[in-house]
Ligand binder design. Structure first.
Ligand SMILES: [Zn+2]
Length: 294
């Protein structure tokens, strides 16, 4: 596919931001039980504060699982507090209260590979039993309030992120901004990004341009087999990542970012595949910017 190798983020004159959605999709019913990431993203767009709160409570989990946990605890009317499996709580001297139902998160599950009849011998031999991992929802977790026993004081974790650390880890280079043309705020070419010195929300644009790179939008000769991703999808994905990272780190620009995501979608629903990519790439960029000691 011939994905455009350059993505330019331009300034716009629109000042009004869309009001938060007043009709969030039903999150927490069947949709959410199936791990509907589009519905989760809608939840994030509707309630920005929940991303930061979920991170503080569930920082050891992936962003998608953090949001799943937050939504399910919200439905149960429980606060966002640490979660753990039945056995992990037992190790801490706490036990799940009678009648408490577990919350479901995605976890890797080993699946047996179907033996292909005409597969070469090497393939047939690969891995005893030929298993591979897929992520499936499993009801294995309980929050602090669903347990009782010995006192437990949760550790307070403040989200931290370092741009230089993240760019090194993700093999992205930031170069001095050379294109002082028009109203460009930033752009990404292959694995290089540039942010305008005049950009009032540099961190937000940096997240956006890094997302283009990590999402593969700037790769020349992309081997994707589908049709070229539509421009509005590409931009909604990159801005979706920027939005999640701004809310996660509680940085300015959240309203602007939400506005851009909604403007790019213009009423069209984001494909489930894109929502998954947004959570996955936000997770990668976040983890890349954290020191290993955290
Ligand atoms: Zn862009």
């Amino acid at each position: 596919m011939n994905a455009p190798a350059t993505h330019t983020t331009s300034n716009t004159t629109e000042a009004q931001f869309l009001a938060p959605e007043t009709h969030p999709r039903a999150v927490g019913n069947q949709d959410q039980q199936q791990g509907d990431m589009t519905a989760l993203l809608q939840e994030v767009l509707t309630r920005p504060g929940v991303v930061n709160a979920a991170y503080r409570a569930f920082h050891n989990y992936s962003l998608g699982n953090q949001m799943l946990a937050a939504v399910q605890l919200g439905i149960k009317g429980l606060p966002l507090s640490p979660i753990a499996s039945f056995n992990a709580w037992r190790v801490k001297g706490r036990f799940v209260k009678t009648g408490e139902k577990a919350i479901s998160l995605f976890m890797p599950v080993s699946v047996k590979r179907r033996a292909a009849k005409d597969a070469p011998a090497t393939d047939a031999e690969s891995g005893e039993g030929g298993t591979y991992s897929v992520y499936m929802l499993r009801p294995n977790w309980f929050s602090l309030e669903q347990t009782e026993g010995e006192d437990f004081v949760p550790e307070l974790v403040v989200p931290q992120w370092d741009a230089a650390l993240a760019m090194t880890a993700l093999d992205i280079t930031e170069e001095p901004f050379e294109q002082l043309l028009g109203n460009r705020l930033g752009y990404a070419i292959r694995r290089t990004i540039d942010i305008s010195p005049l950009n009032p929300l540099k961190h937000k644009t940096r997240f956006h341009e890094m997302a283009h790179v990590v999402l593969g939008h700037t790769t020349e000769g992309d081997m994707s087999d589908g049709p070229e991703t539509a421009r509005h999808i590409v931009e909604a994905e990159a801005e979706g990542v920027a939005y999640i990272l701004c809310t996660l780190l509680d940085l300015p620009g959240q309203a602007e970012s939400r506005y851009f995501v909604q403007r790019w979608l213009d009423g069209r629903e984001l494909p489930e595949k894109s929502a998954k990519k947004i959570f996955g790439v936000a997770d990668r960029i976040m983890k890349a910017g954290q020191s290993v000691t955290q």
